[in-house]
Write a protein that binds this ligand. Sequence first.
Ligand SMILES: [Zn+2]
Ligand SMILES: [Zn+2]
Length: 442
Amino acid sequence: MNKLKSVLLLIAFIVGTPIFAHVGGHDSENSEIFYLKGKQIEGHFLMAKNDKIFIELLNGKTISAPLTDFSFSNQSNLSQKIAHLKKLNLDKNLVETKESILSFILFLLSILLIVIFIGFNFREVNSFAKFSYFFLTFFIFIYACKTSEIVTPTTISKTDPTFIETVFSPFKTLVKTRFDDTYFYVESEGLLSHNMMVGITNWQQQVPIPQGYSGANAWLIPLKPELSDSPLSLKTNLMKGAVAIAPNGVPIFNPLNNRGEDAYAIGELDQWGGHCGKADDYHYHIAPLHFETTAGKNPIAMALDGFAIYGSKEPDGSTMQTLDSYHGHSINNGVYHYHATTTYPYFIGSMRGKITLDPSTTAPENQLIPQAKTTPLRPAGEPLKGASITNFKSTGTNAYSLEYTVGSQKGFINYSWDAANKYTYTFIGIDGKSSTSTYVRK
Ligand SMILES: [Zn+2]
Ligand SMILES: [Zn+2]
């Protein structure tokens, strides 16, 4: 019987060759935490097959889900493992071609053995030999028919829209989001979750008003970001328009203003890293690191090339690793992401992802498209020499008062808008003189 046992074991080994990335072990040792559609699970990565990731849970059960259903940091780790398997599979493909020829030969052999078994008189042969002959034939047949399971490498082709939703979810009252197969859409008025304007010492007399970034004028984040072969430097490009979007639906522009100056360094920005453009459109010029408080481990912004911008920590909460010259990195061959810092280039050195340039613009004042539009309501303001903004407050529904100081004198812009989109601005100069202008947004 020992002989039979060894034969059976050998056959079982041949037939049941495992193709798993990880064998067995229902213990929690070396297990990983996965976040699947926001739900926490613990287990081991088994394999990637037919665009799905298979995880063996601690209770021994196996579950499968598309890679994009996992959290961003899980995707990074899993794609590293898949890349490793992919390399192994390249060698495996050659073996598989040889295997299929072998299978065919074995299939013919097993048919022949069956014919011999039926056609010959085995009465004279002892029962062990008969038994062995029968099992040998049977298992050659099984092995011939066995189809190898192929581990298919999966590549990240699409960002999980629910991952981007988490970036904007702390500001649900200000931001509406939606998505289709190509883009994630961010709708907002570009108005704020925090105070604005205070701290600006280099001001062009613009004030924040709603911008109507909605419907066809929403901000668009590509859901299938692709690495560019020649990332565009923000030092020489994209000084017009936004390059990223903050969690509160406020756009983030190049750290350099449209004259190529570091907007932050020359006092153009408020305490939150923003100011208003010629359309009275509030926007940031540096990555708003203050969103780290509400973002937790989520990104603090999304770049318009589709890659995320994290704060001072890695997605898993660990210390930020070394950044490349584009101001980001791809840890363990995971999805690329940027990081925000307190010094230039603040958040993006070059656009790591592929972008489309607006053909009607030229470098350095070119802009990427698609881009939400702003339309000026009133003639652009002039720089007000020596003025610094010392207060900004709401004075009622859709009404604000901005206070600025020149020397020891104060001036104000008091403004409001109504349901008919009529905007009223009252300018009170440091000489006390007052004038009012009204404009209607069409
Ligand atoms: Zn600006
Ligand atoms: Zn990082």
